[in-house]
Design a protein around this ligand. Structure first.
Ligand code: OOG
Ligand code: MG
Length: 262
Protein backbone atom coordinates (compact mmCIF):
# COMPACT_ATOMS: atom_id res chain seq x y z
CA UNK A 1 0.00 0.00 0.00
CA UNK A 2 1.22 3.48 -0.79
CA UNK A 3 1.42 6.14 1.91
CA UNK A 4 -1.38 8.13 0.33
CA UNK A 5 -3.61 5.02 0.43
CA UNK A 6 -5.22 5.60 -2.92
CA UNK A 7 -5.84 9.29 -2.29
CA UNK A 8 -3.60 10.49 -5.13
CA UNK A 9 -6.50 12.06 -6.99
CA UNK A 10 -7.41 14.11 -3.93
CA UNK A 11 -3.86 15.47 -3.85
CA UNK A 12 -4.00 16.17 -7.60
CA UNK A 13 -7.21 18.15 -7.10
CA UNK A 14 -5.65 19.99 -4.16
CA UNK A 15 -2.61 21.11 -6.16
CA UNK A 16 -4.52 21.79 -9.37
CA UNK A 17 -7.10 23.99 -7.66
CA UNK A 18 -4.33 25.86 -5.81
CA UNK A 19 -2.85 26.74 -9.21
CA UNK A 20 -6.19 27.62 -10.80
CA UNK A 21 -7.32 29.72 -7.84
CA UNK A 22 -3.87 31.27 -7.34
CA UNK A 23 -3.42 30.47 -3.70
CA UNK A 24 -0.69 28.95 -1.60
CA UNK A 25 -1.42 25.66 0.11
CA UNK A 26 0.16 23.67 2.93
CA UNK A 27 2.68 21.19 1.57
CA UNK A 28 1.53 17.63 0.93
CA UNK A 29 4.13 16.06 3.23
CA UNK A 30 2.58 17.79 6.26
CA UNK A 31 -0.18 15.24 5.83
CA UNK A 32 1.87 12.45 4.24
CA UNK A 33 5.37 12.78 5.73
CA UNK A 34 6.55 9.49 4.21
CA UNK A 35 5.60 10.35 0.65
CA UNK A 36 8.26 8.67 -1.52
CA UNK A 37 9.82 10.16 -4.65
CA UNK A 38 8.23 7.37 -6.74
CA UNK A 39 4.82 8.16 -5.39
CA UNK A 40 5.42 11.88 -5.86
CA UNK A 41 6.25 11.27 -9.55
CA UNK A 42 3.12 9.21 -9.87
CA UNK A 43 1.06 12.12 -8.45
CA UNK A 44 2.88 14.48 -10.84
CA UNK A 45 1.92 12.24 -13.79
CA UNK A 46 -1.73 12.26 -12.69
CA UNK A 47 -1.59 16.03 -12.31
CA UNK A 48 -0.37 16.40 -15.90
CA UNK A 49 -3.09 14.01 -17.09
CA UNK A 50 -5.60 16.21 -15.27
CA UNK A 51 -4.28 19.25 -17.18
CA UNK A 52 -4.49 17.26 -20.43
CA UNK A 53 -8.10 16.43 -19.68
CA UNK A 54 -8.65 20.21 -19.66
CA UNK A 55 -7.04 20.56 -23.08
CA UNK A 56 -3.37 21.20 -22.25
CA UNK A 57 -0.77 19.47 -24.43
CA UNK A 58 2.55 18.12 -23.24
CA UNK A 59 5.31 19.87 -25.16
CA UNK A 60 8.41 18.88 -23.26
CA UNK A 61 10.31 18.53 -20.06
CA UNK A 62 12.07 20.63 -17.46
CA UNK A 63 14.85 19.83 -15.08
CA UNK A 64 15.14 21.24 -11.59
CA UNK A 65 17.71 21.34 -8.79
CA UNK A 66 20.49 20.70 -11.26
CA UNK A 67 23.06 22.92 -9.57
CA UNK A 68 25.15 21.73 -6.62
CA UNK A 69 24.18 24.93 -4.79
CA UNK A 70 20.45 24.25 -5.12
CA UNK A 71 20.89 20.56 -4.23
CA UNK A 72 22.82 21.48 -1.09
CA UNK A 73 20.17 24.02 -0.17
CA UNK A 74 17.57 21.24 -0.30
CA UNK A 75 19.89 18.62 1.24
CA UNK A 76 19.54 16.31 -1.77
CA UNK A 77 21.87 14.69 -4.28
CA UNK A 78 19.51 14.36 -7.20
CA UNK A 79 17.96 16.56 -9.78
CA UNK A 80 14.21 16.39 -10.49
CA UNK A 81 12.10 16.60 -13.64
CA UNK A 82 8.63 17.77 -14.55
CA UNK A 83 6.58 18.37 -17.71
CA UNK A 84 5.98 21.48 -19.78
CA UNK A 85 2.55 22.01 -21.33
CA UNK A 86 1.57 24.37 -24.15
CA UNK A 87 -0.32 26.74 -21.84
CA UNK A 88 2.97 27.47 -20.00
CA UNK A 89 4.63 28.93 -23.10
CA UNK A 90 4.60 32.71 -22.94
CA UNK A 91 5.79 34.86 -25.85
CA UNK A 92 8.57 37.36 -25.39
CA UNK A 93 6.54 40.38 -26.50
CA UNK A 94 3.52 39.32 -24.45
CA UNK A 95 3.28 40.93 -20.99
CA UNK A 96 3.45 38.33 -18.22
CA UNK A 97 0.23 38.58 -16.24
CA UNK A 98 1.17 38.73 -12.57
CA UNK A 99 -2.42 38.15 -11.54
CA UNK A 100 -2.37 34.66 -13.05
CA UNK A 101 0.40 33.70 -10.67
CA UNK A 102 0.88 33.25 -6.91
CA UNK A 103 4.42 34.35 -5.98
CA UNK A 104 6.43 33.91 -9.18
CA UNK A 105 10.20 33.87 -9.59
CA UNK A 106 12.24 34.03 -12.78
CA UNK A 107 15.35 31.96 -13.52
CA UNK A 108 17.77 31.75 -16.46
CA UNK A 109 17.67 28.52 -18.45
CA UNK A 110 18.96 27.02 -21.67
CA UNK A 111 16.24 25.43 -23.83
CA UNK A 112 16.82 22.40 -26.07
CA UNK A 113 14.70 21.71 -29.18
CA UNK A 114 14.69 17.98 -29.86
CA UNK A 115 14.70 16.67 -33.45
CA UNK A 116 14.60 12.88 -32.86
CA UNK A 117 12.85 10.52 -30.46
CA UNK A 118 15.22 9.18 -27.83
CA UNK A 119 14.71 6.55 -25.16
CA UNK A 120 17.28 4.68 -23.09
CA UNK A 121 18.99 4.24 -19.76
CA UNK A 122 22.59 4.92 -20.76
CA UNK A 123 22.06 8.09 -22.73
CA UNK A 124 25.03 10.50 -22.70
CA UNK A 125 25.43 14.25 -23.13
CA UNK A 126 26.78 13.52 -26.64
CA UNK A 127 23.56 11.66 -27.50
CA UNK A 128 21.59 14.71 -26.37
CA UNK A 129 23.67 17.03 -28.56
CA UNK A 130 23.09 14.66 -31.50
CA UNK A 131 19.29 14.80 -31.15
CA UNK A 132 19.16 18.56 -30.49
CA UNK A 133 18.28 20.78 -33.42
CA UNK A 134 18.74 24.07 -31.58
CA UNK A 135 19.47 25.53 -28.20
CA UNK A 136 18.07 28.92 -27.16
CA UNK A 137 18.17 31.27 -24.18
CA UNK A 138 15.12 30.95 -21.95
CA UNK A 139 13.56 32.22 -18.75
CA UNK A 140 11.51 29.91 -16.59
CA UNK A 141 8.87 31.36 -14.28
CA UNK A 142 8.51 29.04 -11.34
CA UNK A 143 5.54 29.45 -9.01
CA UNK A 144 5.37 26.81 -6.29
CA UNK A 145 1.86 26.20 -5.11
CA UNK A 146 3.20 25.78 -1.57
CA UNK A 147 3.14 28.31 1.22
CA UNK A 148 6.17 30.63 1.12
CA UNK A 149 7.76 28.54 -1.64
CA UNK A 150 8.83 26.00 1.03
CA UNK A 151 8.73 22.27 0.37
CA UNK A 152 10.53 18.94 0.53
CA UNK A 153 11.78 17.17 -2.57
CA UNK A 154 8.73 14.88 -2.67
CA UNK A 155 6.42 17.91 -2.41
CA UNK A 156 8.01 19.77 -5.28
CA UNK A 157 8.04 16.66 -7.52
CA UNK A 158 4.29 16.19 -6.92
CA UNK A 159 3.78 19.90 -7.76
CA UNK A 160 5.37 19.37 -11.20
CA UNK A 161 8.57 21.02 -9.96
CA UNK A 162 6.96 24.46 -9.49
CA UNK A 163 6.44 24.84 -13.25
CA UNK A 164 4.26 27.77 -14.29
CA UNK A 165 5.46 29.63 -17.40
CA UNK A 166 8.47 29.91 -19.67
CA UNK A 167 9.71 32.32 -22.32
CA UNK A 168 12.15 31.47 -25.11
CA UNK A 169 14.43 33.96 -26.87
CA UNK A 170 14.39 34.33 -30.62
CA UNK A 171 18.01 33.36 -31.34
CA UNK A 172 18.31 29.63 -31.86
CA UNK A 173 21.66 27.98 -32.50
CA UNK A 174 22.87 24.50 -33.30
CA UNK A 175 24.47 23.11 -30.10
CA UNK A 176 27.50 22.11 -32.15
CA UNK A 177 28.35 25.70 -33.03
CA UNK A 178 29.05 26.91 -29.48
CA UNK A 179 30.68 25.78 -26.26
CA UNK A 180 27.46 25.06 -24.44
CA UNK A 181 29.19 24.11 -21.20
CA UNK A 182 30.97 27.44 -20.79
CA UNK A 183 28.46 30.19 -21.45
CA UNK A 184 28.47 33.15 -19.10
CA UNK A 185 25.09 34.55 -18.05
CA UNK A 186 23.84 37.85 -16.60
CA UNK A 187 20.27 38.37 -15.39
CA UNK A 188 18.97 41.88 -14.75
CA UNK A 189 15.76 43.32 -13.31
CA UNK A 190 14.89 46.79 -14.60
CA UNK A 191 18.46 47.17 -15.82
CA UNK A 192 20.11 46.24 -12.51
CA UNK A 193 22.23 43.11 -12.30
CA UNK A 194 20.55 40.51 -10.07
CA UNK A 195 22.38 37.26 -10.85
CA UNK A 196 25.44 36.15 -12.75
CA UNK A 197 26.33 32.57 -13.59
CA UNK A 198 27.56 30.14 -16.16
CA UNK A 199 25.98 27.24 -18.01
CA UNK A 200 28.43 24.89 -16.27
CA UNK A 201 26.35 25.36 -13.09
CA UNK A 202 23.88 22.89 -14.58
CA UNK A 203 25.48 19.54 -13.61
CA UNK A 204 28.69 20.66 -15.32
CA UNK A 205 27.00 20.92 -18.73
CA UNK A 206 23.33 21.46 -19.67
CA UNK A 207 23.36 18.42 -21.99
CA UNK A 208 24.45 16.23 -19.04
CA UNK A 209 21.41 17.46 -17.20
CA UNK A 210 19.08 16.58 -20.07
CA UNK A 211 20.74 13.15 -20.37
CA UNK A 212 20.07 12.55 -16.66
CA UNK A 213 16.34 13.18 -17.18
CA UNK A 214 16.18 10.96 -20.27
CA UNK A 215 17.82 8.12 -18.32
CA UNK A 216 15.36 8.60 -15.46
CA UNK A 217 12.46 8.45 -17.90
CA UNK A 218 14.09 5.42 -19.53
CA UNK A 219 13.79 3.50 -16.25
CA UNK A 220 10.03 3.91 -16.64
CA UNK A 221 10.02 2.94 -20.31
CA UNK A 222 9.51 6.57 -21.35
CA UNK A 223 11.64 8.93 -23.40
CA UNK A 224 11.74 12.25 -25.21
CA UNK A 225 10.18 12.93 -28.59
CA UNK A 226 10.87 14.87 -31.74
CA UNK A 227 9.50 18.39 -31.21
CA UNK A 228 9.99 18.42 -27.45
CA UNK A 229 11.32 21.53 -25.73
CA UNK A 230 13.51 20.85 -22.70
CA UNK A 231 14.56 23.37 -20.07
CA UNK A 232 17.84 22.07 -18.71
CA UNK A 233 17.79 23.69 -15.25
CA UNK A 234 18.43 27.09 -13.71
CA UNK A 235 21.88 28.58 -14.20
CA UNK A 236 21.55 30.74 -11.04
CA UNK A 237 19.12 31.39 -8.21
CA UNK A 238 15.61 32.47 -9.15
CA UNK A 239 14.52 36.06 -8.47
CA UNK A 240 11.10 37.38 -7.48
CA UNK A 241 9.41 40.03 -9.64
CA UNK A 242 6.32 42.22 -9.59
CA UNK A 243 4.08 44.09 -12.03
CA UNK A 244 6.01 46.58 -14.21
CA UNK A 245 9.30 44.74 -13.72
CA UNK A 246 11.35 43.77 -16.77
CA UNK A 247 13.59 40.72 -16.51
CA UNK A 248 16.38 40.31 -19.03
CA UNK A 249 18.71 37.33 -19.36
CA UNK A 250 21.80 37.45 -21.55
CA UNK A 251 23.97 34.45 -22.35
CA UNK A 252 27.35 34.89 -24.02
CA UNK A 253 27.09 33.77 -27.68
CA UNK A 254 23.54 32.52 -27.29
CA UNK A 255 21.98 35.97 -26.91
CA UNK A 256 19.16 37.27 -24.80
CA UNK A 257 15.56 36.79 -23.72
CA UNK A 258 13.33 39.05 -21.67
CA UNK A 259 9.78 39.72 -20.53
CA UNK A 260 7.87 42.49 -18.80
CA UNK A 261 5.32 41.78 -16.11
CA UNK A 262 2.02 43.62 -15.99
C1 OOG B 1 11.90 23.85 -7.99
C2 OOG B 1 12.11 24.01 -9.46
C3 OOG B 1 13.53 24.35 -9.75
C4 OOG B 1 15.27 24.69 -11.54
O1 OOG B 1 15.55 25.03 -12.70
O2 OOG B 1 16.14 24.44 -10.68
C5 OOG B 1 13.83 24.59 -11.18
C6 OOG B 1 11.91 25.17 -7.25
O3 OOG B 1 12.99 25.67 -6.92
O4 OOG B 1 10.81 25.70 -6.99
O5 OOG B 1 13.00 24.73 -12.06
MG1 MG C 1 13.91 25.81 -13.76
Amino acid sequence: MTVTQGRDMEIVKYLYSAEKERREVIKVTDQYPDLSFDEAYSIQEKLIQRREADGAKRIGLKLGLTSKAKQQMMGVHEAIYGYLTDDMLSLEWEPMNFHQLIHPKAEPEIAFFIKEDLIGTDVTAEDIIRVTQYVAPAIEIIDSRYLNFKFTLADVIADNCSSAKFVIGSKWMSPETLDLGQLGMVMTKNGRVEQVGASAAVLGHPATSVAWAVNKLGEKGKGIKKGDIILSGAVSEAIAFEPNDTIHVEFAELGSVSFTCK
